[in-house]
Design a protein around this ligand. Structure first.
Ligand code: NAD
Length: 468
């Protein structure tokens, strides 16, 4: 079993208390992890605050050079990080699992290191020089979820560091291991105090809540559920923290009558079941036109049947278990409720431990809990429609607005309909594909602000206008 320490001010730091991290595939304890107190958090914030002036004053090119090295560090330790991820998260090493996630983290780090925010000249004439410049904020608090812990850590940390901020990161209690290792490794290339980590079990002490209210943290970058994001916003108000909130979704896909069921089956499956459905922008509701409804269901079920589900450490597994008991219980309740009105086309019954096979349920509609609530597990409800305007209205009816997709052979018609979906990203004939040069964020209650690209980088800065 592993014993992990925190990295605070460049030092490996133990705490009096620890908590256990379990492997969702087996239930075994993988590691004991520091259970930080409020004092531990204060020490981490103080270290980040002390490191800020020198890091902010480091010439941009030098900071960029250090950020470039982050991708190399991830690449050099890829297998170790992937193994930790599989052990704590449950996702398989293979498929769109932990090796893929580590590769994504490396790619995002490399791309983000190359971004920069040059000074904008607003005016340069006889009346004077006016420039718009970007200043780092100070200490950034990063709060991450358990579904893609390593990739999301990189999404938070690299733009913050690139723009001259220092960071305290707090991973989910369910998945702290790969992030602890990442921060330890990155401290070999970063000045002490620039990147610090705290972990806790969210029981006696809720570190995320303390971070959101902390007077010395200038911004929170949060990825997690809508309910927790709302709490972050509330507790951030008294200190006017900058916020980027990447929250839950309940993405709809709409299959138009001209789509080819065989051609889209694979894309539909992975759009919905990537990471076992535990993906913020996975397709969680599928509206299919009556004329091809049965053919789409048949093609999807035929594809889904052959996906190997098993222990993430087994090289043959492509999907793993649900990550934790709370999520499993919520997911099972939603699937059970769907059996009342729906027809189970595949799966539907829990397996051993936290395993649940890919589940496809037809005959549902808006108002059914599996359609209305974010299930965050391996199930896809299918809703039959006859009027595309009604399907669009149903897709837009919920308060969330993260992603959406249209499936059709007519790309122009699909793009026109896509523009009317109330969500931050919309895809044609695919779902959930994200890339580091395309800003990603939620509309409506799925969040505020964006990550990635120049727009994402801007969120780690304040504007200063200089007049001379
Ligand atoms: P969660 O909201 O339960 O936890 C997220 C993080 O918040 C954890 O680190 C947790 O410890 C911390 N936290 C708990 N209480 C807090 C508080 N009061 N104040 C501040 N932080 C607190 O989410 P989760 O279950 O870990 O992740 C699943 C959710 O995340 C889903 O809803 C999913 O859609 C969402 N998500 C969104 C995105 C996105 O980019 N929009 C990406 C991944 C996941």
């Amino acid at each position: 079993m592993l014993d992990k320490t925190l990295t605070i001010g460049g030092e490996q730091t133990a705490t009096a208390g620890t908590f256990a991290v379990h492997n969702p595939s087996t239930g075994a304890v993988v590691a004991q992890v520091p259970n930080a107190t409020e004092d531990t958090l204060n020490a981490a914030v103080a270290a980040a605050k002390a490191a800020f002036p020198a890091w902010a004053a480091t010439p941009d090119g030098e900071r960029q050079e250090i950020c470039r090295k982050i991708a190399g560090v991830i690449g050099a330790h890829a297998e170790e990080l992937a193994t930790l991820l599989t052990q704590e998260q449950g996702k398989p090493l293979n498929g769109l699992g932990s090796r893929w996630e580590v590769g994504g983290a490396q790619g995002w780090a490399g791309y983000t290191a190359e971004l920069s925010l040059p000074v904008k000249v607003l005016q340069d004439d006889d009346n004077g020089l006016v420039t718009l410049e970007r200043r780092p904020l100070g200490v950034v608090g990063s709060i991450t979820p358990w579904n893609f812990p390593l990739m999301i850590a990189i999404w938070h940390v690299v733009p913050a560091l690139r723009t001259g901020n220092t960071v305290v990161i707090k991973p989910s209690p369910n998945t702290p291991l790969a992030t602890l290792k990442l921060v330890e490794l990155l401290n070999e290339i970063l000045p002490a105090g620039v990147l610090n980590i705290v972990t806790g079990d969210d029981k006696a002490v809720n570190l995320g809540a303390l971070m959101s209210a902390h007077p010395d943290i200038r911004k929170i970058i949060f990825t997690g559920s809508c309910a927790t994001g709302q709490k972050v916003m509330q507790s951030a108000a008294p200190t006017m923290k900058r916020l980027t909130l990447e929250m839950g979704g309940n993405d709809a896909g709409i299959v138009l009558p001209d789509a080819d069921p065989q051609a889209i089956a694979e894309g539909l499956f992975w759009g919905a079941f990537i990471n076992n459905g535990q993906t913020c922008a996975a397709m969680k509701r599928l509206y299919v036109h009556d004329s091809i409804h049965d053919a789409v269901c048949d093609a999807l079920v035929a594809y889904a049947r052959n996906i190997p589900v098993g222990d993430g450490m087994d090289e043959g597994s492509i999907l793993g278990p649900v990550q934790n008991q709370m999520q499993f219980d919520k997911f099972k309740r939603l699937v059970d409720s769907a059996k009342v009105n729906g027809q189970v086309l595949l799966g539907g019954e829990a397996g051993e431990g936290l395993f649940f096979p890919p589940t496809i349920i037809a005959g549902l509609k808006n108002g059914d809990p599996l359609v209305d609530e974010e299930q965050f597990g391996p199930a896809l409800p299918i809703i039959r429609y006859t009027d595309v305007e009604q399907a669009l209205a149903d897709a837009n009816a919920l308060e969330t607005g993260l992603g959406g997709s249209i499936w059709s052979r007519d790309i122009a018609a699909a793009r026109a309909l896509a523009a009317r979906m109330e969500c931050g990203s919309v895809w044609i004939n695919k779902h959930g594909a994200i890339q580091p040069n395309a800003p990603f964020g939620g509309r409506k209650q799925s969040g505020m602000g964006v990550e990635f690209g120049e727009e994402g980088l801007l969120e780690y800065t304040d504007i200063q206008v200089v007049f001379s």
